[in-house]
Design a binder for this molecule. Structure first.
Ligand code: ADP
Ligand code: MG
Length: 395
């Protein structure tokens, strides 16, 4: 793995793919600039080297053509605030103006290209478009872990076009190192806590993790597909009928690999899907008809906490309940706190997933995990063990 920390890129035009797909309000103002700040160390390193940094990012999902709504204009402004230095930017797409701007860059300058998804070639993974981009640079840095699972030109093709001059940025390196550790031979016991609404989208991750973990805690909505498959009563709880067999296969596989499977033993059920609904506390596989489970109960949290505190390696992805409703956040928060406690005691913990991160932010516990992955979909695909397009040529 080639890392920019090992080289000095003075005077080089460095094309760097970043993921500055920041959340914005209806007026296009940036509401959270975490993704920009996460790349500060890498940008700083390139500036200090005296490289000419040309940043490429997407924002939202424009349809392959210029669309003011998805312009990176405000992102350029925010980058300059973060790095404390002017950022060159034009809304013009690739062509004479952009080429001239690049040619006039001085050592240490930073430029941002307009939204890379304004080009159809980007999402098509078009080599001709990648070659157009490559003309602007002498080297390539990939620091966009969040898009590493996309077969897009600026993510997957540029490393190949700079066979001797492609590097991982700091953020990318940390992601790959920490997630690779989980898939390697981490300290045991290794516990995976997987939740969220649905099993689909997480099947490959579960498959890949089973031979590696000692304990598997499955909570959230997805556990009801397992419970139904195992013959339990799930009332109106969320589940996927077309995944019952998959769930049984996974249970079998866990048995085969001597993985301890923990499902919530108690849960909170509601008579309607709202924070103020009537509730009951029932056994995890005895949900009454017409009631729906929205959180795991206190006994489950206690059981999970026990398992978590005995673990040396912990992966957590997916809330244990509908934590967006304050009355049903206890399971998720309880698990988050247990992981934080285990980490405090010396365990290595990794958390990830958009909603799991939002739960951690609500608890102000982001820094209580050993590592929080920034890539939701990318993290899940990485943990599925498949070779990701954005890493294929980053050797
Ligand atoms: P992440 O973004 O961390 O990967 P997911 O997107 O997989 O997590 O799942 C998060 C969603 O799962 C949340 O919106 C939460 O409300 C939902 N969820 C959790 N438990 C349940 C449940 N029992 N019933 C319905 N939805 C649930
Ligand atoms: Mg989510």
């Amino acid at each position: 793995m080639k890392h920019i920390k090992d080289v000095n890129l003075k005077g080089k035009r460095v094309l760097m793919r970043v993921d500055f797909n920041v959340p914005t309000d209806e007026n296009g103002n940036i509401t959270d600039d975490t993704r920009i700040r996460k790349s500060l160390p890498t940008m700083q390193k390139l500036i200090n080297d005296g490289a000419k940094t040309i940043l490429m990012s997407h924002l939202g999902r424009p349809k392959g053509e210029f669309d003011e709504k998805y312009s990176l204009k405000n992102v350029a402004k925010r980058i300059s605030e973060v790095i404390g230095k002017e950022v060159l930017f034009t809304q013009s797409l690739l062509g004479e103006e952009v080429t001239n701007m690049v040619n006039n860059m001085k050592d240490g300058d930073v430029m941002l290209l307009e939204n890379i998804r304004f080009y159809k070639g980007e999402t098509d993974g078009d080599m001709e478009f990648a070659k157009e981009l490559a003309k602007l640079g002498d080297a390539y840095v990939n620091n966009a872990f969040g898009t590493v699972h996309r077969n897009h030109a600026s993510v997957a093709l540029l490393a190949e076009l700079f066979p001797n001059d492609h590097y991982f940025g700091f953020l990318m390196e940390r992601e790959v190192e920490n997630l690779s550790y989980l898939l390697g031979n981490p300290e045991r016991p290794f516990t995976a806590i997987i939740g969220g609404s649905k099993i689909s989208g997480k099947i490959d991750v579960l498959e890949n993790l089973i031979p590696k973990v000692d304990n598997m805690i499955i909570g959230g909505g997805m556990r009801y597909t397992f419970t139904k498959a195992l013959g339990g009563k799930i009332g109106n709880s969320i589940h996927e009928d077309d995944k019952l067999e998959v769930a049984l296969d996974l249970v079998e596989k866990m048995k085969k690999h001597n993985v301890n499977l923990y499902l919530p033993i108690d849960c909170i059920v509601v008579d309607q899907f709202s924070n103020d609904a009537n509730t009951q506390l029932v056994k995890g596989d005895e949900i009454p008809d017409n009631w729906e489970a929205v959180d795991c109960g206190p006994k489950s949290v206690e059981l999970f906490r026990d398992v978590i505190l005995k673990s040396k390696t912990i992966l957590w992805n997916g809330p244990m309940g509908v934590f967006e409703m304050p009355n049903f956040a206890k399971g998720t928060f309880g698990v988050a706190k247990a992981v934080a406690e285990a980490t405090q005691n010396g365990a290595f913990s990794v958390a990830g997933g958009g909603d799991s991160i939002s739960a951690l932010q609500q608890l102000d516990m982001m820094d209580k995990m050993s590592f929080v992955s920034t890539g939701g979909g990318a993290m899940l695909e990485f943990l599925s063990g498949i070779e990701l397009p954005g890493l294929k040529h980053m050797k």
